[in-house]
Design a protein around this ligand. Structure first.
Ligand SMILES: [Fe+2]
Length: 132
């Protein structure tokens, strides 16, 4: 979670982190919204849209700099996107635990992806960008 507040010095990544942090905050207080269902529908849309955008930008940046572990990194992105899609489908089909499932997925995203995959990739990018 803390990593989202740290600036990476890479503008596009910092923007995505900021957006993600905002979404996480919105999700935390979604149950206090007047129309929770409507807010949740919007939230699901925003999360999938933001994740797709974020991952595309990051993958392009990593590809440009010939990041050695891009294959595995992409696999984990695709896994996260699949999970989001599944949660969306379950919600459409009447699931009542969507908020909790989504919170758990966001935690996994932050704990597994940001703290491992992204940490390594960002350190690689930062070194590369310093050189150029
Ligand atoms: Fe990533």
């Amino acid at each position: 979670m803390d990593r989202l507040n740290e600036k990476t010095g890479i503008d596009s990544i910092d923007k995505h982190h900021e957006r993600l942090f905002g979404l996480k905050m919105m999700l935390e207080k979604i149950e206090t919204e007047k129309d929770t269902n409507e807010a949740l529908k919007m939230m699901l849309y925003k999360i999938s849209f933001s994740a797709e955008n974020y991952f595309q930008d990051e993958e392009l940046l990593l590809k440009t700099h010939k990041y050695h572990n891009l294959g595995n990194h992409k696999k984990h992105h695709n896994w996260l996107l699949d999970e989001i899609r599944q949660i969306q489908n379950q919600y459409i089909n009447g699931a009542t635990d969507t908020i909790d499932t989504l919170k758990k997925l966001m935690d996994t995203w932050f704990e597994q992806h940001l703290s491992n995959y992204d940490k390594e990739a960002l350190e690689f990018l930062q070194k590369h960008l310093q050189k150029s």
